[in-house]
Write a protein that binds this ligand. Structure first.
Ligand code: NDP
Length: 330
């Protein structure tokens, strides 16, 4: 089977030279192990942080070793009574076509009628990020006007739809005409094409003349400054990510208008989805209902073949994805 290894640590935007495609033999699985053929893998922005040799909430990737990340696969051989060939499993052993692993280190996947790859996106980690960030971190309440950046992506498009399903006015920001059209389709009341705006704060104030009560930040930088400028008193900011800075080689300037937090009595809170895994059952229950009612849908951008995984990953930083970026492996 083939796998993608980290060959060198990126400096700035990752390039092909940072990755290496290697082939390894898979022996028969040992006692207690299963052999899995991966069907889908995800690429996510947080993986960029793991490519740096710095301490963070997840340890750095090791040079010369296969990369890791969410994957959905099918058991092909089993040496453990808990799983049998044909079972679908979820693991953190993406970036490879297949693997042997202890049966206990993979989770059997019950799809409840959804396509399996949805569990890497809308019904998985990114969807829960949207749900927990809005409901728990930002403490969404009736009447809130919500602003979300990176709105056409995996997390952002779920933020838009969850907020709409709960009856809120939603303003989304994303880059390009195709994404603007998609955001209107999924119910955004106002859409900002940030790539077409010279002054993002002015654009947000036009889109949200009454101001905003919740900002779901996927992007950081200029978007965060605009949200501070448009915030109403007691607005809450859920800091989910800052993709505009992930490839920065120097620390970017902080939000220059941070002082607005004082006068407006704002609350800003960062969060990591793994802390909120207890909400998954509630999320799946609500998501199931919303899907049935036609209130929530999702898009995928799919690259085919393990050799395309680095392209898919780098594509995240160029905005090549509408909805969830995925790699189909088999
Ligand atoms: P997306 O599907 O949103 O893909 C990334 C998108 O970011 C691109 O499509 C692009 O859209 C946008 N983007 C890239 N570069 C820039 C830039 N310089 N300025 C503005 N937008 C940019 O990814 P995810 O939904 O998986 O992740 C979204 C955010 O959520 C990320 O910051 C990620 O790190 C974070 N996250 C945090 C989690 C947590 O636990 N805190 C968990 C999961 C995700 P466009 O074309 O619109 O520019």
């Amino acid at each position: 089977v083939r796998e993608i290894r980290l060959k060198s640590r990126p400096n700035g935007v990752p390039t092909h030279d940072n990755f290496e495609l290697a082939t390894v033999d898979l022996p028969a699985p040992g006692p207690g192990e299963v052999q899995v053929k991966n069907l889908w893998m995800t690429v996510d922005p947080y993986m960029r942080g793991r490519m740096n040799d710095v301490k963070s909430y997840v340890p750095p990737f090791q040079l010369g070793a296969p990369l890791e990340g969410g994957a959905i696969g099918e058991v092909t051989l089993s040496n453990d009574p808990s799983l049998k060939p044909g079972d679908l499993v979820q693991s953190n052993l993406g970036w490879r076509e297949g693997f042997n692993a202890p049966a206990a280190s993979v989770q059997k996947l019950e799809t409840a009628g959804l396509p399996p790859q949805a569990f890497l996106g809308a019904a998985g980690m990114p969807g829960l990020t949207a749900y927990a960030g809005l409901l728990r971190v930002a403490a969404l309440k009736d009447g809130d006007i919500v602003f979300v950046s990176g709105a056409a992506g995996a997390v952002g498009s779920m933020v838009v739809q969850i907020a709409k399903a709960k009856g809120h006015t939603v303003i989304g920001s994303a880059g390009g005409a195709e994404k603007v059209a998609f955001l209107k389709e999924i119910g955004c009341d106002e859409v900002i094409d940030y790539k077409a705006e010279k002054d993002l704060t002015a654009a947000l104030l036009r889109a949200a003349p009454k101001g905003i009560d919740v900002y779901f930040d996927n992007v950081g930088g200029e978007h965060l400054e605009a949200a501070l400028a448009a915030a109403r008193p007691f607005a809450r900011f859920a800091l989910c990510g800052a993709i505009s800075m992930y490839n920065a080689t120097e620390l970017p300037p902080g939000p220059r208008n941070l002082v607005q937090m004082v006068g407006k009595q704002l609350r800003m809170e960062g969060f990591i989805v793994s802390t909120h895994w207890d909400m998954m059952a509630d999320y799946h229950r609500e998501l199931g209902q919303w899907v049935k009612e036609g209130k929530v849908t999702w898009r995928e951008t799919v690259k085919e073949g393990i050799e395309k995984a680095p392209d898919a990953f780098v594509g995240l930083f160029k905005g090549e994805n509408l909805g969830k970026m995925l790699v189909k492996l088999a």
